[in-house]
Design a protein around this ligand. Sequence first.
Ligand code: GLN
Length: 487
Amino acid sequence: MLNRLTISQLTTSLAKREASAVEALRSCLDRIRQVDSRVHAFLSVDEHDVSRQAEQADRLLQSGKSHEEMPLLGVPIAIKDVISVLGQPVTCGSRILGNYRSPYDATVIERLRAAGAIVFGRTNLDEFAMGSSTENSAFGPTYNPWDLSRTPGGSSGGSAAAVASDSCIAALGSDTGGSIRQPAALVGCVGFKPSYGLVSRRGLVAFASSLDQIGPLTKDVRDTALMMNVISGWDPRDSTSIPKATPDYRTCLGGDVRGLRLGIPKEYAIGGLEPEVDRAVKAALKHLESLGAEIVDISLPHTEYSVATYYIIATAEASANLARFDGVRYGLRVEGNDPLELYARTRGAGFGAEVKRRIILGTYVLSSGYYDAYYLRAQKVRTLIRQDFLKAFEKVDAIVTPTTPGPAFKIGEKIDDPLQMYLSDIFTISCNLAGICGVSIPCGFTVDPKLPIGLQFLGKPFGEETVLRVAHAFEQTTAWHKEKPPL
Ligand code: GLN
């Protein structure tokens, strides 16, 4: 049952020699064999490679390496299949990459390796991280471990389902508009979106470069702090990475929330909020108050424009970023009579419907006649959205919202209605536009069926310590995160 442990529990066992890294790995692999034909969280696991890593970890443990020196020594961490791992395929959930293999490790992977982690299986996702349900994967959807007829959210749905089904100890995802926090909420784990510039994007296949951040999905808040200690920090090879010393995030655990001011944005009281989610979030606010936090009403007046703004900026950036997949440089190639035909045939065959929709939208908003009306205006609104947050953070230490308007939805329920799908990110998207940090943690369950509900804390740019402190205080005085799906 080592697969059920958190990072801190597993490293304690490894340090005491109660378990070995090879055993921990084996229990994750066994779990995958047991459940993943139903969950489909993983796209690939290179058993030979991961076994070699686990043996190496055991050698280091035997030679006396401590978890102070290598904080993730022997811990299997699953990786969203949009992050480059040397010598391994990176599919991005797309056909267009064919059998491309990464010629280098992403910076986050280098850091995981330096910390002794076992860089484990590759998790499923919406194609190029575009989606909120993992149904846009070219390799079939991932299923929610709490109810296999439902989606685990997305786009990091594979990472979320892998953590929730205990098929790994923790995972990496990426969040451009909610893709870590939304699936974390829908499967009942912790999902953290770092402030823009805190975690290197080098080696993350770009979707929308000004919004993308890599972050952890974990079984508890302590593990998020441990993962952030490893993956965050300046990377001179990512020009958007901020040269700034990072703290030891463990120091914000166990802190108390007395006197902290938590803002509730009045614009987030939307019509589509499901009553059970509303109830759970209200109960969570009461609970935070009983812990000594002060709940303050705030306003983020430009919130209503965030989904529209996001779908202009994200698609514009995606249309530029995805231009590189042309059948010449990477992966799939469908021959044509001339280069243009080769590009068109390759892209026509290689990209799925949602990716095509976004490339078309993005190309349109950037085209000369429409650039000012759409793209430029969206950039201005983005500034207003960021200013709303900065102003709010003059009054409050963190902002609290539901992570999603409802619990996990059925497979197929929203896939034919892109607008409905886009609205499932209504509470998570503005965080990326503003470049601030956010976390989703479990705060309850719906009754029938029993599905997890997520609570989101948003913090100032580089205010991760406050967000982790509040999230940890909430988690340590509730038991929601301990529940396991009935797999
Ligand atoms: N669901 C949003 C989208 O489809 C966000 C995706 C993400 O964060 N990668 O773009």
